[in-house]
Design a protein around this ligand. Structure first.
Ligand SMILES: *[C@@H]1O[C@H](CO)[C@@H](O)[C@H](O)[C@H]1NC(C)=O
Length: 163
């Protein structure tokens, strides 16, 4: 009985996840956290495996390091004099407050060059279903909605398989 109950919860939460309004906190780099990686593309690989939306947060966990949000140019140079954001308290939480690209680098000299840097892409918010008010437009909103339900269903199925 307990397993079917937790199954139900799982399906429920997976579905909720799809219908936005819920923000997710991502721990950058997973269990390893924000540390100089062996592979200098590690953080960009981590970022490309995730889907970030507006209002999600990034948690940077590290020791004796720091994190800065910078411009693209500063990211490429691994250097910033006036970062948009700076934190060195060991557990930095950064809110992705807009769609588009965010650039992060370590503020410790030499660490960015050794791969402690990351680009995060935040998706444009999905347009609400009731936007299709114009009569000339094709009646896509119903189709889109059912497609979404199918996606939720399929994802839920996959979730169940991995329990
Ligand atoms: C993000 O959060 C702000 C402030 O809480 C809110 O006004 C805004 O609607 C949220 N945006 C999205 C896309 O959830």
């Amino acid at each position: 009985m307990t397993s079917s109950k937790s199954l139900l919860y799982l399906v429920f939460f997976l579905s909720l996840h799809f219908f936005s309004g819920f923000s997710t906190e991502f721990t950058v780099g997973g269990d390893e956290g924000w540390v100089i990686p062996k592979d200098d593309q590690l953080y960009n690989q981590w970022a490309s495996k995730n889907r970030f939306k507006v209002n999600d947060t990034l948690l940077f966990a590290y020791k004796k390091d720091s994190v800065m949000a910078v411009t693209q140019e500063e990211y490429e140079k691994c250097k910033s004099v006036h970062p948009v954001y700076f934190s060195n308290n060991g557990k930095s939480i950064f809110k992705l407050d807009r769609p588009g690209l965010f650039y992060f680098i370590s503020g410790v000299s030499g660490h960015c060059e050794r791969g402690l840097k990351m680009i995060v892409k935040v998706l444009e918010p999905a347009s609400p279903p009731q936007v299709a008010t114009e009569t000339s437009g094709p009646p896509t909103s119903g189709a889109t909605k059912s497609a979404k339900v199918v996606v939720v269903f399929v994802v839920s199925l996959f979730g169940v398989m991995f329990v």
